[in-house]
Design a protein around this ligand. Structure first.
Ligand code: SF4
Length: 344
């Protein structure tokens, strides 16, 4: 169906109110950037979910990274994490005070640095979902193959399944993230239908997002749980076997904490014991650190779809991208950052 026809049909929807959770932070930003919200009638509500990896990473992880930085390790990370507030300080402030914190675009860049500077201990901060985890594990595999002894990962990698389950009551249907689905495969998501969980996989173009929303509208009319794939050219039933194989070889599932959602069963990935020389937590005996987020920040409520960013009293007054109070305002994928940038 052509995009103008999709827009017309969605705008003319006059059925019961539908709540759609766009799980992924990239969707949140693209929906604003592409003007998708302007097409929606009042009875279709989009809410953000827990799919921004930096946002759901708990404060304690930042504290662990700061601890390593302040005890002489060289921290390599994607840029978003640097300004996320920890309990007392961020990696940015640790860097201002002399710690070494470097931004890289790939874990393999960090590994290359480790090979070039053997007198430094390089720790790569491995956060994210099914999309980014394989890249970290590829670096781990290479480090093992090349016997690189001064490289390790500090992990906070997560998987989405349990989050889909516990958030299911927050919305009528999910807009499933296309890039995560490309790794996990459509079959895995389709099985959620048997638990009464509905959703449609969407890519990231305006037409693709609108197709997914239209499919949700049509399926909801039928009144039974459903699954749809509006990104079939990328998301295949079986997913990416090579990426999933890396996860199986090097990690095992653990219960892990999500900002705003608490500890979710089997929703994290830890490095297996036999590779513990590459697990920064074990290699450097990091003490048990309990992080304490700023109590005024409502990032957790935003991530669980309870409030919109503008409902947070600090939004745009005290908390801005220049002076973020919580992770949701720092990350490029954060909902608070999206609402701020697009002036909603
Ligand atoms: Fe937290 Fe700032 Fe978002 Fe409020 S606006 S929830 S303080 S990140």
């Amino acid at each position: 169906m052509e995009i103008n026809e999709l827009k017309k049909r969605i705008t003319n929807y006059d059925g019961k109110k539908i709540r759609i959770m766009e799980v992924c932070g990239t969707h949140t930003h693209e929906i604003f950037r592409l003007g998708v919200r302007s097409v929606l009638p009042q009875n279709i509500e989009l809410i953000s979910g827990p799919g921004c990896p930096v946002c759901v990473t708990p404060v304690g992880f930042i504290d662990e990274a700061v601890y390593l930085a302040k005890t002489g390790k060289s921290i390599f990370t994607f840029g978003d994490l640097v300004r996320v507030p920890g309990s007392k300080e961020s990696l940015a402030s640790a860097r201002q005070n002399g710690a070494k914190v470097e931004i890289v675009y790939s874990p393999l860049d960090a590994l290359q640095y480790a090979k070039n500077y053997l007198d430094e201990e390089i720790v790569f901060l491995s956060v994210g979902f099914e999309t980014t985890t394989p890249a970290s594990l590829l670096a781990l595999k290479q480090a093992i193959a090349d016997d690189v002894k001064n490289f390790s990962l500090l992990t906070a990698n997560k998987t989405m399944d349990e989050a889909y389950r516990i958030m299911a009551k927050s919305a009528d249907a999910y807009l499933y993230p296309g890039h995560v689905a490309a790794i996990t495969g459509a079959d895995k998501l389709e099985k959620l239908k048997d638990m009464g969980i509905s959703g449609v996989v969407a890519g990231f173009s305006a037409k693709n997002i609108l197709q997914a929303i239209y499919l949700i509208i049509e399926e909801i009319k039928r009144g039974v749980p459903f699954f749809g794939n509006a990104y079939e050219n990328v998301v295949k039933p079986e997913g990416n076997k090579a990426a999933n194989e890396l996860v199986k070889i090097y990690t095992h599932p653990i219960d892990t904490e999500w900002r705003g959602l608490g500890v979710l069963k089997n929703s994290g990935l830890a490095i297996k014991e036999e590779f513990s020389n590459f697990d920064a937590r074990k290699k450097f005996n990091i003490p048990d650190i309990k992080g304490q987020a700023n109590p005024a920040c409502r990032c957790g409520d935003v991530l669980s779809g309870k409030i919109l960013p503008r409902d947070c009293p600090l939004f745009s007054k005290v908390c801005t991208p220049e002076h973020p109070i919580g992770a949701c305002m720092v990350s490029n994928e954060g909902s608070c950052a999206a609402f701020y940038r697009y002036g909603v």
